[in-house]
Design a protein around this ligand. Sequence first.
Ligand code: SAM
Ligand code: SF4
Length: 353
Amino acid sequence: MSSAPLPDPWTRPVPGPDAAVPGSGGLVDRHGRVATDLRVSLTDRCNLRCTYCMPPEGLQWLPKVEQLTDDEVARLVRIGVERLGIREVRFTGGEPLLRPGLVGIVAAATALSPRPEVSLTTNAIGLARVAPALAAAGLDRINVSLDTLDRERFRALTHRDRLDDVLAGLRAASDAGLTPVKVNAVLLRGMNEADAVPLLDFCLEHGYQLRFIEQMPLDAHHAWTRGEMVTAEDILARLSAAHELTPDTEERGSAPAERWLVDGGPATVGVIASVTRSFCGTCDRTRLTADGQIRNCLFAREESDLRTAMREGATDDELADRWRIATLAKLPGHGIDDPSFLQPSRPMSAIGG
Ligand code: SAM
Ligand code: SF4
């Protein structure tokens, strides 16, 4: 994924008296939101080819030299936690289990003070082997992506016959105490809509927390259309045909999932309606890509290049300032419904979902 660099907010003068002062404070944007949740992509590579994410032939992967080293990742996470108020760190990708140094990176994050909550989003292939080491490194929680329990549909959806590995990974995560295990599912029209209820029943049976995610225009091949996506409303209608859903009144805060109690609770199901009921107004995310770019939004059309600055000798203070400036420029919303909306050039797998 080597393309022309995006505009970098660092290269613009800091505007206006309302701007945060570089050199102090956390990651505040001009709309008053504070980013405390860091998503770190550890690689753009993956061993699956989910149709809503990557083409079957894969993508042009980042050259190794452009990727942050383990030490560089650990340094930027430390700056985020120690200087910028990051309280949660989630490692993702691409597929983060493909990163050889993952366990060490997790251990470095969990050793920080103040101790951030550290979690992982993964397709769970290979998790059965590494879950105990991740738990020993201090990993707190895990999210596993699983869109169907039907072997043929899994193969059609991911272009790989790896359902058994995912199920083994889920069991291992639970056994290792990486709980509550959350399961993320994306439904595609004409493909796996019928899996909504079986996925919920499976998660209820095993004590996993299921969340459906609306498909977003972040696929590498730009095939997303609003008319084709399965909406939160569609999902809730399907689930309600088999279970009684009542809104969970617990405070949602900045959590993206709206939650429902299933059959009176205590089990819940979540729906992340990123498109039809966007939650940009309470967003607390900041993102670091595997090649060291800060993105203030999944849909950002700007990036701030911390990798080059770091390799040219920037101090921790200077890197923190660049990160603050990148945050200031965050737009109020993703604008998917705006006629001028343009899908970002980086796909989800290269941003870190
Ligand atoms: N490979 C890991 C996985 O699949 O969990 C981590 C990276 S993946 C990009 C993170 C999450 O993004 C997954 O739950 C996946 O289903 C979701 N995702 C990928 N492309 C998406 C899209 N276009 N719309 C909504 N969610 C998407
Ligand atoms: Fe890989 Fe995750 Fe994208 Fe699927 S959603 S292709 S598992 S990065």
